[in-house]
Design a protein around this ligand. Structure first.
Ligand code: 4GW
Ligand code: MN
Length: 299
């Protein structure tokens, strides 16, 4: 017992060193390779936690998975849900909150006991930027009205993704965000934050820790309420000025997270892009970005 515990500790150290070496070999920033942020939030990597302990702690936890599948993106939904049944919070109480303009066209997957699929109708905005940003508005409504009675934690995801390995309760925390796989080794001055002071999403040079991707984040329901309110208010302020942040709601999310530090950060294992050159960085590719053929998804 003692021996195997020692060995697993060693494995964490070795994996950590390997990541650090990889970072050095490409001569770039290595902050995200740590297992802790400078404000002492864990950065979740495979091997840094014991799921059997966490599963027991979350025995009664109810988890929501929020996703939009509007217009042509409905094509991704079936595979998304089927892969979530295989890998997302297996054994826990899960409610899927699916928003679509085509409720009748949804192919319902076989869902395990203790899991619920909620289908909700949402308007189909004309501009894709508005479809993507609409998610913040819907979040402000649902995290206030319905979700507080239904779930404890909410996880928000893009639909053009597939679960490819386990994603469990190790990702739960008050406020959780995932490092963008494309900006993993990037110095903060090169992050694609919104840099125009006129925008509500503005982040001045010298501020900010990570570039987070809006395709996977979550937290306690009341924390996501606060986050979505802040982002939605920023989006409205910008619209009044006839401007739009460079990466829409992702820019507002990043701004929020500079001043409201996440309590847990997910490594790129949780947002894996097969285009990323450092393949060895993540042993588990848990939630993978699908390659899109733009002429198939443009509305
Ligand atoms: C370009 O033609 C489009 S359409 C860009 C986004 C579109 C879109 C996005 C859409 O038509 N319907 C939709 O439901 N969405 C939702 O917004 C969906 O959940 C999607 O995953 C999310 C963000 O859009 P995206 O995945 O295309 O963004 P990136 O490229 O940053 O992953
Ligand atoms: Mn996406």
């Amino acid at each position: 017992m003692i021996c195997s515990k020692k060995m697993s500790e060693k494995a964490i150290e070795v994996a950590h060193c390997q990541r650090k070496l990889l970072g050095k070999s490409v001569n770039t920033r290595s902050m995200g390779l740590n297992a802790l942020t400078p404000w002492l939030a864990p950065i979740v990597w495979d091997g840094t936690y014991d799921l059997s302990i966490l599963d027991k702690q979350h025995n009664n936890t109810r988890i929501g998975l929020f996703v939009f599948a509007v217009k042509k993106y409905i094509r991704f939904l079936q595979q998304f849900l089927e892969s979530a049944e295989r890998y997302f919070m297996v054994g826990h109480k899960v409610t899927y909150y699916v928003f679509t303009d085509k409720v009748d066209e949804v192919v319902k997957p076989k869902i395990a006991d203790g899991r619920i699929l909620q289908l909700h109708s949402v308007v189909a905005d004309q501009r894709w930027q508005d479809v993507s940003m609409r998610r913040m508005e819907i979040l402000t409504v649902f995290t206030k009205k319905h979700m507080p009675n239904e779930i404890d934690y909410l996880v928000c995801a893009d639909v053009d993704m597939v679960f490819n390995d386990s994603v469990g309760v190790e990702i739960l925390g008050d406020l959780v965000a995932t490092i963008h796989p494309g900006y993993f080794f990037t110095e903060p001055q090169h992050f694609t934050y919104e840099r125009r002071p006129i925008s509500a999403a503005y982040i001045p040079d010298g501020e900010g820790d990570f570039y987070y991707m809006a395709a996977f984040y979550g937290g306690k329901v009341d924390e996501i309420y606060k986050l979505s309110m802040a982002c939605q208010n920023g989006i409205i302020e910008d619209k009044k000025k006839n401007i739009e942040a460079v990466w829409q709601e992702e820019s507002h999310l990043n701004r929020y997270l500079v001043y409201n530090k996440p309590t847990k950060v997910l490594s790129p294992e949780y947002l894996w892009d097969t285009n990323v050159p450092y393949k060895d960085l993540a042993k588990k590719k848990r939630f993978v970005i699908l390659k899109k053929i733009y002429k198939e998804i443009r509305n």
